[in-house]
Design a protein around this ligand. Structure first.
Ligand code: SAM
Length: 228
C-alpha cells in the first residue's frame, strides 16, 4: 500500500506543478535540521517513516487544496520531536499542539526530555504550542480543532482509550487520525472498543516482521469521514 501510495503522491505533486522529492531528500533535510543529533531520535519504524514522508506530502496538498491555511496538528507523545519535526517540515504553515508529560529524564546530555525536544526543534518553536502534563487529564478539557491527530503517548489500554475518546471528536471532517503502536495489546484493545475503524482506513499496518522478529509496521492511518 505504501509504495502504490508513493506514485499517487508523485502524480498529485506533478499535477500541481510542484517538484517531487523522494525520501532521501527528506532524510537529508531532517538530518541537517537535527544538527548535532545522530539518527532519528524517534520511535517509528523505518518503513513507517518512509510512508509518512510520502503521506504527509499528500496531506500537505490536501490541506492547501481545501483552503486550510494553518493546519492544526495535535501530537500526543512527542518525545524528542522525531515525528514532530516531520510534521512541521512537510506540512506548510502547520501549528503543532505538543502534548507530553516529559516523564523520561535526565535524558542523554539534557536535564530533561523537554530540553532535548527544545534543542532538536529549535528552528520550529514558533509553531509549537506546549501542553505539558498527562494526556488523559489534558484531554478532558480539550477544545482545539484538530486537522491531523497523532496518538503516540502512553500505550496502556486505559490511556490509549482515553486519548482516542477525548481527542478524536475534535478531529475535523476530512481530518486525519494516526495511531502508532497498533500491535500493542493495550492499543489494539482500545482501538477495537472505540469503534474508530468505522472511519476510512488509509493504512492498516501489516504484521510482517524482520529476521530478528521486529515489527516492520505499526502505524494505523485513518481519515475521518462520516460518523461523529
Ligand atoms: C513513543 S514516545 C513518542 C515518540 C514520538 N511521537 C516520535 O515518534 O518521535 C512516547 C511519548 O509519550 C510521552 N508520554 C507517555 N505517557 C504519557 C502521558 N500519560 N501523557 C502525556 N505524555 C505521555 C512520553 O514522555 C514520550 O515522550
Amino acid at each position: 500500500m505504501g509504495y502504490k501510495f508513493r506514485d499517487e503522491v508523485k502524480n498529485l505533486l506533478t499535477r500541481n506543478g510542484r517538484e517531487y522529492h523522494d525520501e532521501e531528500y527528506y532524510f537529508k533535510i531532517l538530518e541537517n535540521l537535527r544538527g548535532t543529533v545522530n539518527g532519528w531520535g524517534g520511535w517509528s519504524t523505518l518503513r513507517d517513516r518512509y510512508f509518512l514522508a510520502d503521506f504527509l506530502q499528500l496531506v500537505n496538498l490536501e490541506f492547501a487544496l481545501s483552503g486550510i491555511k494553518t493546519p492544526k496538528i495535535t501530537e500526543i507523545g512527542v518525545f524528542r520531536g522525531g515525528t514532530s519535526l516531520m510534521f512541521l517540515t512537510i506540512i506548510e504553515n502547520a501549528v503543532l499542539h505538543a502534548i507530553d508529560n516529559w516523564s523520561a529524564g535526565p535524558f542523554e546530555d539534557y536535564k530533561t526530555l523537554k530540553h532535548a525536544f527544545l534543542h532538536d526543534m529549535s528552528c520550529f518553536l514558533d509553531r509549537v504550542i506546549f501542553h505539558d502534563g498527562d494526556s488523559q487529564e489534558i484531554g478532558k478539557t480539550w477544545k482545539e480543532e484538530i486537522n491531523l491527530l497523532y496518538i503516540d503517548g502512553c500505550h496502556d489500554y486505559e490511556a490509549a482509550k482515553a486519548d482516542i475518546e477525548n481527542f478524536v471528536p475534535h478531529v475535523t471532517q476530512g481530518g486525519f487520525i494516526l495511531i502508532d503502536d497498533f500491535w500493542m495489546d493495550g492499543v489494539k484493545k482500545a482501538i477495537d472498543e472505540t469503534d474508530i475503524m468505522k472511519f476510512d482506513i488509509i493504512k492498516k499496518p501489516s504484521d510482517e516482521k524482520d529476521g530478528n522478529g521486529t515489527t516492520l509496521e505499526k502505524l494505523l492511518v485513518l481519515r475521518k469521514r462520516g460518523g461523529k
